[in-house]
Design a binder for this molecule. Structure first.
Ligand code: AMP
Ligand code: MG
Length: 407
């Protein structure tokens, strides 16, 4: 049994990122949120595009307003989006609004609160600073520089930048393809009437949601019975069609747990067989060499909580590395106070599901009420963190500071 940190490090070694040349596609800006940029983006526009006003006020020549009050003639009005028509000469001003182009001759904006208007004349009450409230062309960004770098995730802020730079088509990494297989004779899909002994294949749906939420394409390959020949065909098919395969069930020590044997028969190299965590101990990780890119196989234990904890703790770092993200991703660990006493499994690092909440000014971990059996998925809903009870720790008192992993 290896530790969770060793398992994570080993898994990351087995993954290489998507290829920046081959594994890319072009998407519209509107389809880009959640994708990873695959090329550097530059713009031929300066930001701001022209000298413009940061205030509603008057565009003036600083030379005219150094001693105030002083009264100037208003020569024109320049709303945003309009090209100025006149040059501001000595003792003149132009009425101007936020974002409007600074007229020639003017070098300074006086905010309207510092002025008094009388028909076509304006009195400047207080001397501004030279060039005050002028947003100079290219002061934010100069055309031709790198605007956004390859390897960043695209979300609302990046979309704002890309839209402003008129980048309507983007080269992004393709989404990782993740095959999902459920194994077990007891499993049925959710629309079926349950016969005695049957349960719904919830893992198929939970893992598909997990993959989709994290930028991958889930390939839902369905349920495979605990028959070695059927499993072998299904697994071979999964390996051929995806970057990662997530199978659940069949990795324990029961008589029907065939996965590891089949992976070996199919030529897989097994790197991990169990990890000292609870839930999720019997985790199998294998690789399959292929002509193009090797396939990473996760044989995940069947219990629904084990399946999700394993996905969050081990599949997610691998998926992030595969995705093309330039900066190393690691699970988000935060220090929180536990609101209730927590129990650990001593020989295994224990992950307890629950919620991090701001209570009385502190981030606190509120463990989910009810059973923490790995087969109990009923209290999983609204989980946003897993509290971690370290190896060798039996009990953590309420109020103690602990690490929790955001999920
Ligand atoms: P296994 O790892 O195959 O021994 O399965 C462990 C437990 O998880 C058993 O009680 C299974 O019924 C349950 N289980 C296995 N696969 C699934 C699944 N796809 N969805 C929900 N529960 C499952
Ligand atoms: Mg099973």
């Amino acid at each position: 049994m290896i530790s969770s940190q060793e398992a994570e490090a080993k898994i990351l070694q087995l993954v290489s990122a998507l290829d920046r040349e081959i594994d890319v596609e072009t998407v519209d800006l509107t389809a880009a949120p959640g994708r990873i940029l695959a090329t550097d983006v530059t713009s031929s526009l300066d930001f701001p595009h022209w000298d413009n006003s940061a205030m509603d006020g008057y565009a003036v020549r600083y030379a005219d307003v150094q001693s105030c009050p002083v009264t100037l003639d208003i020569i024109e009005e320049i709303p945003a989006g309009v090209q100025p028509q006149k040059r501001v000469e000595m003792a003149q001003a132009a009425r101007i609004f936020t974002g409007a182009i600074l007229p020639e001759g003017a070098d300074t904006i006086v905010m309207q609160e510092q002025t008094r208007r009388e028909e076509n004349r304006v009195t400047i009450l207080q001397a501004p600073q030279c060039q005050e409230f002028v947003r100079h062309r290219a002061s934010f960004y100069q055309a031709g520089e790198t605007l956004l770098e390859a390897g960043i995730a695209i979300a609302a802020p990046e979309i704002a930048v890309l839209a402003a730079a008129q980048c309507t088509q983007l080269t992004v990494y393709r989404r990782p393809r993740v095959a999902i297989l459920s194994t077990g004779d007891e499993l049925v899909s959710p629309e079926k009437t349950l016969q005695p002994g049957q349960i719904v294949d919830s893992n198929q749906y939970a893992l598909a949601a997990f993959v989709a939420q994290n930028g991958g394409i889930p390939l839902q390959l369905g349920i495979v019975r605990d028959r070695p020949d059927e499993l072998k065909d299904a697994i071979a098919n999964a390996i051929a069609s995806a970057d990662f395969v997530l199978s659940t069930g069949g990795v324990s020590v029961g008589d029907y747990d065939y996965i590891d044997r089949i992976l070996q028969e199919l030529g897989g190299a097994i790197h991990i067989q169990s990890v000292a965590i609870k839930p999720g101990k019997p985790l199998t990780v294998a690789t399959f060499a292929r002509k193009d890119k090797s396939c990473l196989y996760f044989g995940i234990p069947g219990n629904p909580v084990s399946a999700l904890v394993t996905a969050w703790r081990f599949v997610l770092p691998a998926l992030k590395k595969l995705s093309g993200l330039a900066t190393n991703w690691s699970p988000e660990l935060i220090k929180v106070r536990t609101q209730f006493e927590l129990k650990g499994a001593m020989q295994r690092e224990t992950y307890l599901w629950g919620k991090v909440q701001l209570i009385d000014g502190y981030y606190r971990f509120v463990v989910a009420g009810g059973s923490h059996s790995s087969s109990n998925l009923i209290n999983l809903a609204q989980t946003n963190a897993l509290a971690i009870v370290p190896l060798g720790v039996k009990q953590i008192a309420a109020g103690t500071e602990i690490w929790a992993m955001r999920v």
